[in-house]
Design a binder for this molecule. Structure first.
Ligand code: NAP
Length: 304
């Protein structure tokens, strides 16, 4: 088992819940926070499904988890959040799940596009997750048992703005994508109120993962020596959330240094994460419809 003794002791004290008999699906579960979240879920007794874009990396991660948790159940399913067709295929074959953690995400990738022609960061972190939630929601609502849906945002949503004229600009796109995801999550909370689908957010604070290599660029090696949260500590948010009865729409993340560091607790959801949700949803629907339109129309609309 690769969780540290310290984490196991912390979980025994603060995450007093058994997930035996439950299935947890984690997007981007092959590395970083997602991989460590898979470990915490296995530790709590859940069966884990990793939804990943690269079959070889997915198989490698699953093999490591199976080795570390010999009695545990680990499966992989294909999912590329930067490709609507892949998301639709994923949703059509969605296994029965009790917890769906939308963890996968990318940071600053100027000039790169999704398969459907959207700038990669917005296209993956927001439009991809939006498409996935919309595609799986009917199945989740009809599954006949409680389902917890967790969207992974970031602290930086606190400094973002949504300006539809600059929606796809590279500068600030990561923070904007996470603010959009937080607002969409607020819309989902309203839509799912009183149903079997319970919607929350987590954020991992600041931790050195694949994303951080893009964040810190040339000073990445120095950043690796800085006292950020370990990936293990950052990945405890979902476990803590599942162990505590929280109001729907709550956000859970590290509790120190403005949410950048420490063990998870319930954080305050800023008003900006609940504003303009209806406008955002209709904008997003129009953008997704536009992706299905002829290529020339799509490019024209997106160059604004
Ligand atoms: N690290 C931080 O300080 C920090 C802070 C705030 C929020 N977050 C959020 O935490 C989440 C996890 O990030 P991380 O720090 O663990 O970074 P990471 O190590 O880079 O992991 C990101 C995961 O997302 C997957 N992914 C990327 N694009 C994908 C796509 N198109 N389809 C499917 N999967 C895709 C990656 O798969 P591959 O291995 O194939 O690339 C990887 O498994 C992200 O949502 C991120 O925005 C991280």
């Amino acid at each position: 088992m690769s969780l540290s003794n310290r984490t196991i002791r912390w979980m025994q004290k603060h995450c007093d819940v058994s997930l035996a008999g439950k299935t947890v699906l984690i997007t981007g579960g092959n590395s970083g926070v997602g991989f460590k979240t898979a470990e915490t879920m296995l530790h709590l007794g859940a069966a884990v499904i990793l939804a990943c874009r690269d079959p070889a990396r997915a198989a490698q991660a699953a093999a490591r988890l199976t080795q570390d948790f010999p009695g545990g159940s680990v499966r992989t399913v294909p999912l590329d959040l930067a490709d609507f067709a892949s998301i639709d295929a994923f949703a059509a074959n969605l296994p029965d799940v009790d917890v769906l953690i939308n963890n996968a995400g990318v940071f600053h990738r100027p000039g790169q596009k999704t398969r459907d022609g959207f700038p990669l960061v917005m296209g993956t972190n927001y439009l991809g997750v939006y498409r996935l939630c919309e595609a799986v929601l009917p199945r989740l609502l009809a599954c006949g048992h409680d389902v917890t849906l967790i969207n992974t945002v970031s602290l930086v949503y606190k400094v973002a703005r949504v300006d539809y004229a600059r929606f796809y600009r590279d500068d600030g796109s990561y923070a904007r994508s996470k603010l959009c995801l937080a607002r969409y999550t607020a819309a989902l909370v309203q839509r799912c109120a009183g149903t079997n689908v319970h919607v929350y957010m987590t954020h991992p604070g600041i931790t050195i993962t694949g994303i951080a290599s893009h964040l810190f660029g040339r000073i990445y090696k120095i950043a690796c020596w800085m006292p950020f949260n370990s990936t293990e500590k950052s990945s405890l948010s979902a476990a803590w959330l599942l162990a505590h009865p929280l109001p729907e729409g709550s956000i859970v993340g590290p509790n120190k240094l403005f949410g950048g560091w420490g063990y998870p607790r319930r954080n305050r959801v800023l008003r900006r994460a609940r504003q303009g949700t209806a406008e955002l949803v209709s904008f997003t629907e129009a953008e997704i419809r536009r992706a299905a339109a002829p290529a020339s129309a799509v490019q024209k609309g997106r160059s604004a």
